[in-house]
Design a binder for this molecule. Structure first.
Ligand SMILES: O=C(O)c1ccccc1N[C@@H]1O[C@H](COP(=O)(O)O)[C@@H](O)[C@H]1O
Length: 233
């Protein structure tokens, strides 16, 4: 399976286009007012229609209530909801029943003990995102540019698709994928110059580095067209 690459915290047309043109599989939009990446519903409507059909649109929320989720679903029209707070398994069931969208539950990781809640969430979420546990005094539960010890996931045996995040960048993404065997990677701070301000070059470099972790297409035998040539018609 090809590695899924998610660029999160996009808030402008220009950087969204860079992520889409660079080949991001998923683009994430943050709806959490304390975050420097928080976007308004008006921006969500514009960016959502721009990304439609070009990448999976992910709405990131933190313990959002139904009314907030309703507004986000109505304006962004996300393909998946990323729940990055302390949402319980019961709340996940409730959100699923109300909104009928796939759910990606973010789980904070610091030590192996943090995986205790995994079986419960794996029973209801469609995908798990393992993210670095934020310090107690942090103003947000993610998007802090800090990695966790990827070896915690080394022997993970999870049937559900999972991604990793937390302090990823173009220099360490290959090692994160090697250690965790994750099917996807998610980045925000690592493609920014300053918090909340995406850097086009860093976005491109991250996507390239993530793609380079994949075995390259086999060389065509004489007279045969390569997969890339076939995809291009
Ligand atoms: O990006 C944010 O501001 C944010 C706010 C609240 C919850 C999660 C947030 N971001 C997510 O955190 C991880 C790791 O990000 P980083 O690469 O370490 O900056 C990622 O999933 C972001 O989507």
């Amino acid at each position: 399976m090809p590695l899924l690459v998610k660029i999160c915290g996009l808030s402008t047309r220009e950087t969204l286009d860079v992520a889409l043109e660079g080949g991001a599989d998923m683009v994430g939009f943050v709806f959490f007012p304390p975050s420097p990446r928080h976007i308004s519903l008006e921006t969500a409507r514009e960016l959502g229609s721009r990304a439609k059909g070009r990448a999976v649109k992910v709405a990131l929320t933190v313990d959002a209530d139904d009314a907030t989720l309703e507004n986000i679903v109505e304006t962004l029209r996300p393909d998946i909801l990323q729940l990055h707070g302390k949402e319980t398994t019961a709340r996940l069931r409730d959100i699923k029943a109300k909104f009928g969208l796939p759910l990606m539950k973010a789980l904070p990781v610091e030590t192996a003990a943090d995986l205790a809640s995994l079986p419960g969430y794996a029973g209801v979420a469609d995908r798990i995102l393992f993210d670095a546990r934020a310090p107690k005094d942090a103003t947000r539960p993610g998007g802090l540019g800090a990695p966790f010890d990827w070896h915690v996931l080394e022997n993970l045996d999870l049937a559900l698709p999972y991604m990793v995040s937390g302090g990823l960048n173009a220099d360490n993404v290959a090692e994160a994928v090697r250690v965790t065997r994750a099917g996807g990677v998610d980045v925000s701070s690592g493609v920014e110059g300053t918090p909340g301000v995406k850097d086009p070059e860093l976005i491109r470099a991250f996507i390239r580095a993530a793609r380079a972790t994949q075995p390259s297409s086999p060389l065509p035998v004489h007279g045969e067209r390569s997969p890339a040539q076939r995809a291009g018609g």
